[in-house]
Design a protein around this ligand. Structure first.
Ligand SMILES: *[C@@H]1O[C@H](CO)[C@@H](O)[C@H](O)[C@H]1NC(C)=O
Ligand SMILES: *[C@@H]1O[C@H](CO)[C@@H](O)[C@H](O)[C@H]1NC(C)=O
Ligand SMILES: *[C@@H]1O[C@H](CO)[C@@H](O)[C@H](O)[C@H]1NC(C)=O
Ligand SMILES: *[C@@H]1O[C@H](CO)[C@@H](O)[C@H](O)[C@H]1NC(C)=O
Ligand SMILES: [Zn+2]
Length: 461
């Protein structure tokens, strides 16, 4: 009799993927990143959909990215909740200071060796707890961690256009069908704008304002799509970004930095990545450490750090990959190496304390309060918030849920979902225990239990 009940219960659970006795529906999470969306980009252009979002959900005044305000390092901090020195994705380019290997940003997106340094991103941690996850162009989503890949990962082509609005909408449609038809629990969706326009045209331009209008329309489209797919009550959405953008100072307004004027790069450095906005790295030749450091210390409009003397608040010093010297330019200066070949009108990579490097945080959905203005916080705290929303155990991380928890509505109690202990545990109770939201895991656990039960019946017989 008990076995029959159990069979029925297992069948129901495996058919619906839903627990039997939980009041609150299983919620899903969509994390969207618009690369290089400075915190105040919505303040000089009309953004009706973003404005409505603030009424219907949560808006932070701004958030602070980790030091190393660059795409890959910052996105990876968001998805791991770890400082850059721990996850060690210390540049957009993949490099090896010993072999002088340098791979451009987009080519790193399929290189596990660059991303997998022992820190697990949210996708993998969620998958290990029975959830189904996907990454749509999100940095770090296209590789494997300890041999484990994200269930579904789309990686951008090297020549992918960043600003095609039609495609932006198609991407949203696809992600919505992943949630509604394929029961994905977590999807991360990345857009390369407004970063591209910010670099090419500069942040204070009509082109940048146009792309913000386009993003705003896309958010309107997203909300319609959520409604169409019946996901209003089950999908939480976080919209954020990796860093801001500042106008690059050029001649004749300033004397642009040309580092070779202060140190002979050829004789003093064996490896360098410069000409890449506000952040530069450099390995001095053996015996030239002091000379290189002194020369850079005398260069104007920048700060040079020996790796072990990097301020603790940067959370970079423990990195295994950073070379001995790190250079941070003053806001708006590009670190040109030998000549000024640099064409960007806007850039980032500057100190994360600069207001121009701050970025956005918005959130809405069934678990978020409405019309809630959050104080500024560090992006590292998004990770524990996402774990809370997915109801999974976080991996070790450097964030704190206490910082972001205020945004959430009080939890709806779930009757009879507490695990019962002791040898007399009934099978029906066993079925509703285990990690909440673990539809898959619950199903396979039920099948395992069923097999075990059948086996014990046969053993008795
Ligand atoms: C934009 O994307 C759509 C859909 O993928 C495609 O049909 C169209 O050709 C693209 N437009 C441009 C200008 O690339
Ligand atoms: C879903 O939310 C939208 C607001 O984005 C609202 O217009 C719509 O009526 C809601 N749909 C349902 C079924 O509640
Ligand atoms: C850059 O450095 C020069 C030389 O020290 C200084 O005169 C100038 O004010 C600095 N520029 C900025 C914008 O800080
Ligand atoms: C960040 O978290 C990791 C893992 O818990 C820990 O080892 C490390 O010391 C933390 N870093 C800081 C600065 O607290
Ligand atoms: Zn950029």
């Amino acid at each position: 009799m008990r076995l029959e009940l159990f069979l029925v219960a297992t069948a129901v659970i495996c058919a619906t993927g839903k627990p039997l006795s939980e009041a609150a529906p299983k919620t899903k999470l969509l994390l969207i990143s618009f690369d290089g969306f400075r915190w105040d980009y919505d303040q000089d252009v009309e953004t009706p959909n973003l404005d409505q979002l603030a009424v219907d959900g949560v808006k932070a005044k701004y958030i602070t990215p980790p030091m190393l305000t660059m795409t890959s390092p910052s996105h990876f901090t968001t998805i791991t909740g770890r400082w850059v020195e721990d996850h060690d994705v210390v540049h957009n380019m993949m490099y090896d200071a010993k072999t002088n290997l340098k791979l451009p940003h987009k080519l790193t997106m399929t290189k596990s060796a660059w991303w997998d340094n022992g820190v697990l991103p949210l996708w993998i941690t969620a998958q290990n707890q029975g959830l189904k996850t996907a990454s749509f162009h999100y940095p770090g989503g296209g590789v494997s961690y300890g041999g484990q890949a994200v269930h579904r990962a789309l990686v951008e082509d090297v020549n992918h256009p960043d600003d095609n609005e039609t495609e932006w909408r198609q991407n949203i449609d696809m992600v919505m069908s992943w949630f509604s038809e394929e029961d994905f629990d977590l999807v991360t969706l990345y857009y390369g704008e407004p970063d591209s326009v910010g670099h090419a045209k500069g942040p204070e331009t009509p082109e940048r304002r146009d792309i913000i209008r386009q993003i705003d329309r896309t958010i309107g489209y997203l909300r319609e799509a959520i409604n169409h797919h019946g996901l209003n009550d089950t999908l939480n959405v976080i919209i954020t970004s990796d860093h801001g953008m500042t106008t690059i100072k050029k001649r004749p307004k300033v004397e642009e930095i040309v580092l070779n004027k202060y140190l002979n790069l050829l004789t003093l450095a064996s490896f360098e990545i410069l000409d890449y906005g506000g952040f530069g790295i450099l390995t001095p030749r053996p015996g030239k450490e002091q000379e290189a450091f002194d020369a850079l210390s005398n260069a104007p409009n920048l700060t040079v750090y020996r790796k072990h003397e990097i301020p603790e608040s940067f959370h970079l010093a423990k990195s295994k990959r950073l070379p001995p010297l790190v250079v941070v330019a003053d806001l708006g200066f590009n670190l040109n190496s030998r000549f000024i070949v640099y064409v960007n009108k806007g850039d980032h990579g500057f100190h994360n304390g600069e207001m121009d490097m701050k970025t956005i945080f918005r959130a809405f959905g069934p678990n978020f309060k409405k019309d809630f203005l959050a104080e500024p916080f560090d992006s590292i705290h998004i990770y524990p918030l996402m774990c809370k929303l997915l109801e999974i155990q976080p991996a070790p991380h450097n964030g704190s849920l206490a910082v972001t928890e205020d945004m959430l509505l009080p939890a709806v109690p779930r009757p009879t979902s507490e695990p019962t202990t002791g040898p007399t545990t009934g099978q029906a109770t066993v079925l509703t225990t285990g990690p909440p939201n673990g539809g898959w895991r619950r199903c396979s656990a039920s099948v395992a239990l069923l097999l075990a039960a059948l086996l014990s019946v046969f053993t008795v017989m």
